[in-house]
Design a protein around this ligand. Sequence first.
Ligand SMILES: [Zn+2]
Length: 321
Amino acid sequence: MRRALASLLFALLALPATASAQSLEYAAPTASISRGAPLTFAVRTDAPDGSVVVRVSGSDEVDVAGLLTGPEGTWVDETAMPAVEGLQVWSVPASSILRQRPGHYYWQAYLSGDAATGAEEPIGPVQQLVVTVPMADRGRGKLFPRFGRRGGTAFYLSSENFPATVDGARFKALAKKASSRWGLRAQRWTSVEAGVQDGYSVAGFSSRVPRGVLGVQTDYIRGGRVIERDLALRADENWAAGPDYPGLDQIDLESVLIHELGHMAGTKRHRPRCANSPMIEALGAGEWWRGPRDKWFGECTSGARASSVRKTLVHRLVRMD
Ligand SMILES: [Zn+2]
């Protein structure tokens, strides 16, 4: 029995990983890792040292050849290094965006140079990698007084100008959660428009918010008293309503709601970009602040920038008023 097992193991070891000499077989990572955890891309192959490249992208878009692609700056290439016989790896540095920024990524290995010519499968299949935030670090709980003042306003949710990409029930859930964190109260739906002075405090989307502005919170004052508080979000924006983190080309709806409702609760001042606060002056695509340990702002730490070698994951900056 024992001898049979030993000879089986020997037979497995003696065999190459697969029949084709230049194939790419993924050995690591698993489909999901926790933020900050070690991350190594490992490929079993008999291809020459230095010919295996690992590509990681923020989207699953591929070109005609099956190679991950997308706007410049949204993917990164790294040449794998030989680890042991038949195994080439890229061990990702701790400060890399891939270990620091939670979210969904897509990766594959491919052969470069002479190794790619004549190879049966020069481009390996695309795999998903999810970088997660521990449950205890996820954004929740009250935001006052640490990040601003406590509010008391009750407001309606506008069903007007609603973007097709945002689910109404999801928007309502996000608005209720974000408002309660500031002491505000999100109430029922209305057909009243957001951002119009009409006697009703309303939060919703508007086609009148200019390009480059994600949302506008307005207090209407009469006789020294606030008579109406509105929040208008830009309808024509590439919103990510969660709960997944935004893609690199998406604006995080929860972060913008938290910010604008902070204004509605009475905090008018902005904090500098990269401060650990929901009241920061700008938010880029692919960024978020949902809680003090549930946030990502691009290019705020020198380490993240230095480690991503030649390419960085670029973020669009949009003013948040
Ligand atoms: Zn603001």
